[in-house]
Design a protein around this ligand. Structure first.
Ligand SMILES: Nc1ncnc2c1ncn2[C@@H]1O[C@H](COP(=O)(O)OP(=O)(O)OP(=O)(O)O)[C@@H](O)[C@H]1O
Ligand SMILES: [Mg+2]
Length: 718
């Protein structure tokens, strides 16, 4: 592609942004207006027209998948590989830097990454070791506290303990956790960035090398950067680097995790000479979808404000489906997807976006029953499954004997007679002498401090790990993995379970061997052993890429993980008060505003058809509840909303089973005048179904036309 072609399929403000002279710039624009597209073209432009080397460019994306796509698109445009360019998530980039400078940041060369589940386990151990009551000091709370501090760039030593016992104790846990991590040579996600930031502060010489290299820094989804990320960017840009940031204040949805929407304005103050470019034309969604989303977000105050319009046709109205319960809701979604496919659509063009992970189960069951392949993003990731983590823990211990978390996980998995008492002694010995568990166990064996049986078992474990540890590079990563799975006894342990679950575990173990066989270390991992590179990949990879077999699948994910994506057909189930917006945000204006932004993000993922669903009864978190439709539904203008019903009802069980026999369908006739407690007076214009499935369509005088379930509507017949 030559230079002028890079601007061909862009509109005027997009072109202006792409071809702006090198300098700081801020692209502020609503969903689907081409921000990500502009960023991609901008990189190609910098290389092609401004003569920057790919190595001068660093781009930050929100997911690994987005990073891979971005690189692919730019290489396509330019027609050659751009290996020297760095593109990745904040975590991925910081990790790469720490690997390159492990000595300068005081980490062992084969340091390992703790994912959030590992972090929680580590904290539990720390809290137990401090002799604290785990009920009173839940690890989860400490995890929140610690991550929030790290996101603000604060270590335990930076924080002044308040007078209240709570913050004093949290600080003490934070400090103990820090030293445990340091001793074990492990870093959690937030630590990656914090430590990288500290490296730059304490080693200006190293920072200068990167400042000279990365003269162009581009950041997508800037509205969700947190304090430390922004500080990191500012340091890297220094006086000479240029920051090109794109974002949308209406799509800031990670405030609960420390993101600072105000970074967008701060950027403006920090870089007053930066151009601000606004994009207002939306290329993604139909007119109706866009109007509906715009109307919802208009209810938020303190917006930077922008208008979005489209040349696209109005398209269909937003569909609204009122379900009896979550099974009905799921059945409707499956039915609609089946129709879409019948009409020639692809499964991968359809997405179900939900507020809470717990909602996916019922939908998954319905899809399974209908034999419809699907994949869940961001749920339990492949690398987070218990059996996979067991194998990874062996591998981690092979890579790094100091890794106490890994030691704890597999010392007695599968069971080999190392009991709680033995482990208790090991822990105590480790604590007293400030040793790793591995060292403590070794010493205790040498000093013969354990009863014979326990000593034997422990010795077997240590010998096993030693014997699995490669002495040279002649054994490949997948051979090693296969060996670990067999020799550790994990394969025969899971093999004994002949249930479907047990079999699934064995399949997963084999899939892990495949994954290691297919794994090619990214170029930044050249200094690492293949094992270290793979372990980092397993911790950082968000389960986004799992090969082609996922290709034509219905896409299931939380609203949060749908950011930046688009699909022709989008379903948003669970549009109910208490679920979306969530219960805790109902009385908190700031949280409510964030929920509304999340709703806006969800709605604007849809290109052609958007379907919102809510149920009257929902069984969630272990209890049945009567639900009210989400306020976000009522914020959509009537012109954009169309209530739909299932074409043919599948059988419904459960809460809706007991029909109100008083008003069975035989009593119903068109033209019947009715009164509804909420919608007021109306006339029945249609009906369908029988018994508990009986529904009527009522034309309400003041509330428009609605389908109601007879069993619930409590209609008064006039
Ligand atoms: N000038 C254009 N001509 C044609 N299509 C365009 C144009 N600009 C953007 N698009 C298309 O519009 C869609 C949305 O673009 P993109 O994903 O870049 O938007 P975005 O602003 O990053 O959205 P989000 O806020 O959701 O991240 C994409 O399919 C993109 O290819
Ligand atoms: Mg985008």
């Amino acid at each position: 592609m030559d230079v002028s072609e890079l601007l061909d399929d862009l509109n005027k403000p997009q072109r202006q942004a792409v071809a702006a002279p090198p300098g700081h710039a801020r692209i502020l624009a609503g969903a689907g207006s081409g921000k990500t597209r502009v960023l991609v073209h901008r990189i190609a432009w910098l290389i092609q027209a401004e003569g920057f080397a790919p190595a001068n460019i660093l781009a930050v994306t929100f997911t690994n998948k987005a990073a891979a796509e971005m690189r692919g698109r730019i290489e396509n445009m330019l027609g050659y590989p751009i290996g020297g360019m760095w593109v990745g998530t904040f975590h991925g980039l910081a990790h790469r830097l720490l690997r390159a400078h492990w000595q300068d940041v005081d980490l062992p060369q084969s340091f390992q990454i703790l994912d959030s589940d590992d972090q929680l386990r580590m904290l539990k151990r720390v809290i137990r070791a401090m002799d604290l009551d785990e009920q009173q000091w839940p690890a989860k709370q400490a995890q929140w506290f610690i991550n929030a501090q790290k996101d603000e760039g604060l270590r335990a030593k930076h924080i002044q303990a308040g007078h209240d016992p709570y913050s004093q104790k949290m600080l003490a846990i934070y400090a103990a956790y820090e030293s445990s991590c340091q001793r074990a040579g492990v870093v959690d996600f937030a630590e990656l960035l914090l430590r990288c930031h500290e490296l730059w502060l304490k080693r200006p010489d190293i920072l200068a090398i990167y400042q000279q290299r990365f003269r162009q820094i581009l950041v997508d989804e800037f509205q969700d950067t947190n304090t430390i990320q922004y500080a990191w960017l500012r340091l890297l840009a220094g006086d000479s680097g240029h920051l090109f940031i794109v974002g949308d204040d209406d799509q800031s949805i990670y405030g609960w995790r420390g993101a600072r929407i105000e970074n967008i304005q701060k950027f403006h103050q920090d870089y007053p000479d930066a151009d601000t470019i606004r994009l207002e034309q939306n290329y993604r969604s139909t007119g109706n979808i866009l109007a509906a989303a715009n109307a919802v977000i208009a209810n938020n105050r303190e917006r930077l404000g922008k208008a979005l319009w489209t040349e696209d046709a109005d398209g269909e109205q937003v569909q609204l489906y009122h379900a009896y319960n979550e099974r009905d809701e799921a059945a409707f979604i499956v039915q609609q997807i089946a129709e879409w496919i019948q009409q020639g659509g692809q499964r991968s063009e359809t997405a179900v976006l939900y507020r809470s992970n717990a909602q996916s189960r019922v939908i998954e069951e319905a899809l399974l029953q209908a034999n419809m392949p699907y994949r869940v993003y961001g749920g339990l990731r492949f690398f987070e499954r218990a059996e996979i983590k067991d194998v990874l823990a062996y591998l981690r211990l092979i890579a790094n004997r100091l890794d106490d978390a890994a030691f704890e996980r597999v010392v007695n998995t599968p069971t080999r007679g190392i009991g709680a008492a033995t482990m208790g002694q090991c822990r105590q010995h480790a604590r007293e002498l400030n040793l790793s568990l591995w060292q403590a166990a070794t010493e205790m064996l040498q000093e013969k401090r354990l009863p014979a049986r326990a000593a034997n078992a422990l010795n077997q474990f240590l010998t096993l790990v030693d014997s699995l540890t490669p002495v040279d590079s002649s054994i490949t990563l997948h051979e090693l993995t296969a060996l670990v799975i067999d020799e550790s006894g994990l394969r025969s342990f899971f093999g004994k379970d002949s249930s479907e679950k047990g079999q699934g575990r064995i399949e997963n173990l084999d899939e892990l061997i495949n994954a290691t066989r297919e794994f090619t270390a990214p170029e930044e991992a050249e200094a690492m052993t293949p094992l270290d590179a793979f372990l980092s990949h397993a911790a950082l990879e968000a389960g986004e890429n799992q090969g082609n077999k996922w290709d034509d699948c219905v896409q299931l994910m939380t609203l949060h993980s749908a950011k930046g994506l688009e699909f022709p057909l989008v379903f948003m189930p669970g549009m109910e008060e208490g679920l979306f917006p969530g219960q805790k945000s109902i009385d908190d204006p700031a949280r409510l505003a964030e929920e509304r932004r999340l709703c806006y993000v969800g709605m604007t993922r849809a290109r052609q058809r958007l379907t919102l669903l809510y149920t009257e009864n929902r069984f969630l978190y272990g209890q049945g509840m009567l639900q009210r439709p989400s306020r976000f539904i009522s914020e959509i203008p009537a012109e954009q909303l169309h209530e739909v019903r299932a074409r043919q009802h599948s059988s419904h069980t459960g809460l809706a089973a007991k029909a109100n026999t008083d008003s069975s369908l035989s009593d119903i006739r068109q033209g019947q005048q009715v009164m509804h407690t909420k919608f007021g007076p109306g006339v029945i214009i249609d009906s369908e179904g029988t018994g508990s499935h009986a529904r009527v369509q009522v034309n309400f005088k003041h509330a428009g036309t609605k389908w109601l379930v007879l069993a619930y509507a409590k209609l008064e017949f006039l």
